[in-house]
Design a binder for this molecule. Structure first.
Ligand code: SAM
Length: 333
């Protein structure tokens, strides 16, 4: 593909990565993401159909997008999501197809997801303590999540990552048990700094447990870690390997050290709005085009406009970010 056919922004960042929220609904209520009660979900007809998503991905693939991640809300609460996985896996140019899930329904779907062509899974897991899980997620679902992770491994998923949101005053005691669990089972563990995208609007900088502190806890509780240097890496996580060679840990310091300079991501919300950043305050309405007979050229133009409007950085580290109107579950994390 010629460089002019790619989605390149004003700062030369090539966009090859599209994160698609397939629903804003979720079967748990993590306190750093959703309000406890009174959540208003989008009506069914507002949400993109699988055919609409597939069409957008075809257009995006023609512009160099090669990585797709399905997320939400909780992607596994969307009925027949495996059908979408199968359709996207068949699109020429899509080389990496992944899903982020809370794992509650994974045991039921792992085999079908694998058969449908899903390549990678990220499962959110903040604690191995059942009571703490119930407090954080406001649902008593840890046993089902652990069953789901085991089922995914049995189904043949080999690159399972565990995502942990790091909250000061809450996560410190979970860091070492989670790392031991990940090392024992061959999962990569990733800590994500708490971002100002919670539905309750209670985020404040003191609640962020920074990456460097997580590394200190790990070094004290398990052993030293060495950074894994890969200058080509586009992943947001800075990765470390334990010095004894068993297991690796990633730290996504999205608040204290944003990775904007290397960001090649676009996002599509469940109701078909394109966003160029989690902290974007602007959106581009793909659904309106899809439902009014828009052409592929018009969809291409919309994607290019979204990419060209991307700012150099979102500013969470300097406090210069604008709080988006949407919480994480409404964007797609
Ligand atoms: N329901 C799925 C799940 O739990 O993985 C997918 C959607 S969830 C919004 C995607 C990821 O965003 C999860 O790993 C979740 O922990 C993370 N997340 C949600 N709110 C966050 C916040 N305020 N700061 C950092 N990460 C957050």
């Amino acid at each position: 593909m010629s460089a002019s056919g790619l989605l390149v922004d004003r700062f030369g960042r090539v966009h090859t990565d599209l994160r698609i929220s397939v629903t804003d609904r979720c079967n748990i209520r993590c306190m750093y993401c959703m309000p406890a009660a009174g959540v208003k979900f989008k009506p069914h007809e507002a949400i993109l159909t699988f055919e609409e998503i597939e069409r957008l991905v075809r257009v995006a693939a023609g512009l160099g997008v090669a990585k797709i991640r399905l997320t939400g809300g909780e992607p596994l609460v969307r009925r027949d999501v495996c059908r979408l996985v199968e359709a996207l896996a068949a699109i020429p140019g899509i080389r990496d197809l992944a899903m982020t899930t809370n794992g509650v329904l994974l045991a039921q779907h792992a085999e079908e997801l694998k058969r449908a062509g899903l390549q990678r899974l990220n499962v959110s897991l903040d604690t191995l303590d059942r009571e703490k899980f119930r407090e954080l997620a406001r649902r008593d679902e840890l046993p089902r999540v652990l069953e789901g992770i085991a089922a995914a491994q049995r189904a043949g998923f080999t690159q399972i990552k565990l995502n942990t949101v790091a909250l000061r005053g809450q996560s410190e005691d979970d860091v070492v048990p989670l790392a031991r669990f990940a090392r024992e089972h061959g999962f990569e563990l990733r800590f994500i700094e708490f971002m100002p995208l919670d539905g309750d609007g209670r985020w404040n900088p003191e609640r962020v447990l920074p990456g460097e502190e997580i590394l200190r806890i790990l070094a004290g509780g398990i052993g030293p870690l060495d950074p894994i240097v890969d200058p080509e890496a586009r992943v947001p996580a800075t990765e470390y390997g334990f010095a004894d060679g068993i297991g690796r840990v990633g730290v996504i310091a999205s608040v204290s050290e944003p990775f904007c300079r290397r960001c090649g991501r676009l996002r599509l919300t469940a109701e078909g709005r394109l966003r160029n950043c989690l902290f974007s305050t602007e959106e581009w309405d793909a659904r309106a085009l899809l439902r009014s007979g828009g052409t592929d050229e018009q969809l291409t133009e919309l994607m290019r406009r979204a990419v060209l409007a991307k700012r150099a950085e979102h500013g969470t580290d300097t406090g210069r970010f604008g709080q988006p109107e949407r919480a994480m579950y409404q964007i797609g994390g």
